[in-house]
Design a protein around this ligand. Structure first.
Ligand code: HEC
Length: 508
């Protein structure tokens, strides 16, 4: 029973079942008692014993209790599963089930909700629905939906006056929006090609980053790119011709100026010749959270960037599709890429910074501001949009390294008025945005910084949870493309600003 191979352990248990059960029980008790608790597989062996007891129709509830509370998550999960068979002999089964439903490990919580559907009692139901208070990913959600939807448990919630479970199940079923749509005949045919490359790219929640920032395909290779977005913000994915990031990104920014485009897919029509493939915006406010791109990779080897063109996102949310004839070729292409100097600036590098004031420095700083793409979200010399905070007078508030700290570590201190909140409503909707107004009865949320006039009013009684985001909407690492002199110049520009001479103002 200690063998690593499953089949040996299976044969052993089968053999034990054919023997006299009292005799086997005593032998098992003895075997279990003698197990070495310092053995790394100790918990595994104990679980094996539990299974053997079950096979011979015996129970060993004290051992099961020990395993339910032990430090090994696999053992806790297996023990929780066992509750479905032995709960009748355990008067505290509901309490044990509740503790499993609140386990730190999702696998254990999953076993708890499944066990409840086998036990089928009111107590088990009440205990196991605690899983709903914890995060549940795809698999757990599936288990929750099938368990609560089972005939055994359905009776406990279907007539609930508040319809809470019904609405939770409904919102859980929305996880289906992450499932690939059934392919059309033509798509299925495309997918069945033998040499197809499958690429999965998702969006990291709250990070404004893709889960994959580089992938390689062969020239002309059929490629199926499955793009998903579980984030609370909408994103798209555009694949571009080499070197086209800036032109397409800035064009998307330009689109953003027009409020009419606030809900568009941010695919700039002025740059279609630079765009090879584009997904629509997908995410919580859109029709879908998944989009599949099917295409043949370009015939010409090279580095084809992909990015999310939502204004401000494209500066950071990017990756590269490498088209190469072999892996070595791909590495060579990456190595040949004109190296862009990268620094890892820390506030400590600038503690004694002396911020110059002369106009040359200020002008260099303004260029650095553009190079680091601060103009994405902050207006420059009165031009452009303030998607982020208005920093035109920031020099009055902070100077030198204190100012730099706000740029290098934006999440350390987030201006409260710009803090993002994630609100989950009782019917399962997730909304995210800045709170623009609040009263004891209501909260007014601005989901999109680009369209400040569009707000959503939510009744507090409809709110299930409200979580302050700890990350600033301002990205980190922006300064890493600047050298030391440029960073210093940037501070000069931020502190002193630049204004066109009075006599030119009329033309400005
Ligand atoms: C993607 C949008 C975005 C980009 C790009 C961006 N910021 Fe910000 N910035 C914000 C937002 C939103 C805030 C307000 C939230 C906060 O305080 O973190 C902010 C806040 C700030 C603040 C603090 C303001 C205050 O009153 O406390 C400073 C300073 C600042 N940004 C400077 C910069 C500089 C310099 C750059 C370029 C290196 C830059 N930002 C790039 C979005 C952006």
């Amino acid at each position: 029973m200690k063998r690593p191979e499953y089949r040996y352990r299976y044969w052993a248990k089968r053999e034990l079942r054919s023997r006299d059960s009292t005799e086997v029980r005593h032998a098992l008790d003895e075997w279990t008692r003698k197990l070495d608790s310092s053995d790394s597989r100790f918990r595994h062996h104990q679980i094996e014993a539990i299974w053997a007891y079950r096979w011979i129709g015996e129970t060993k509830t004290d051992l099961l209790r020990e395993l339910l509370a032990c430090e090994n998550r696999h053992a806790r999960a297996a023990a929780t599963q066992q509750l479905r068979y032995w709960h009748q002999e355990m008067p505290d089964a509901a309490r044990l089930l509740r503790s499993a439903a609140n386990d730190a490990n999702a696998m254990v919580r999953m076993e708890a909700i499944i066990a409840a559907s086998y036990i089928g009692s009111r107590d088990a139901f009440d205990a196991a629905i605690d899983v709903l208070n914890h995060p549940h990913g795809k698999h757990l959600t599936y288990a929750i939906t099938s368990s609560l939807g089972s005939a055994a448990l359905r009776q406990y919630w279907q007539d609930e006056p508040d319809g809470r479970i019904a609405s939770i199940l409904k919102s859980a079923s929305q996880i289906d929006t992450l499932r690939e749509p059934t392919p059309s005949g033509r798509d299925a045919q495309f997918d069945s090609q033998k040499d197809i490359a499958r690429v999965d790219i998702s969006c990291m929640p709250e990070r404004m980053l893709y889960t994959k920032t580089v992938f390689t395909v062969r020239p002309g290779q059929p490629t199926k790119l499955v793009f998903t977005n579980p984030d609370a913000t909408d994103h798209n994915l555009l694949i571009l011709k080499p070197g086209a990031v800036e032109a397409v990104g800035m064009a998307a920014n330009e689109m953003a100026r027009d409020p009419k485009n606030a809900n568009s897919d941010f695919i700039p029509t002025s740059q279609t010749d630079l765009i090879l493939h584009a997904s629509p915006m997908i995410g919580p406010t859109r029709k879908s959270r998944i989009h599949v791109l099917r295409f043949n990779a370009p015939a010409t080897p090279g580095i084809y960037p992909y990015l999310c063109t939502f204004p401000g996102h494209w500066v950071v949310m990017r990756g590269d599709m490498i088209v190469a004839t072999s892996d070595e070729h791909a590495e060579r292409l990456l190595a040949e890429r004109t190296p862009e100097a990268q620094y890892e600036w820390q506030v400590a590098d600038f503690v004694d910074v002396v911020v110059p004031k002369d106009e040359t420095s200020v002008m260099r700083g303004m260029q650095a501001f553009m190079k680091a793409r601060c103009n994405q979200c902050h207006s420059v010399a009165g031009h452009g949009e303030n998607i982020g905070a208005d920093i035109s007078q920031i020099g009055k508030k902070y100077q030198g390294s204190a100012l730099l700290q706000h740029i290098i570590e934006p999440s350390r201190e987030i201006a409260e008025q710009y803090r993002n909140y994630q609100i989950t409503t009782v019917d399962g909707k997730v909304l995210s945005g800045m709170i623009v107004k609040q009263s004891p009865a209501e909260i007014e949320l601005m989901p999109n910084l680009l369209t400040p006039t569009t707000t959503i009013t939510i009744k507090r009684s409809d709110i299930e949870s409200q979580v302050a985001s700890r990350t600033s909407s301002m990205p980190t690492g922006l300064l890493n493309v600047l050298d030391q002199e440029e960073v210093t110049a940037l501070l000069a520009y931020l502190q002193h600003g630049y204004e066109v001479p009075e006599h030119l103002k009329h033309a400005h």
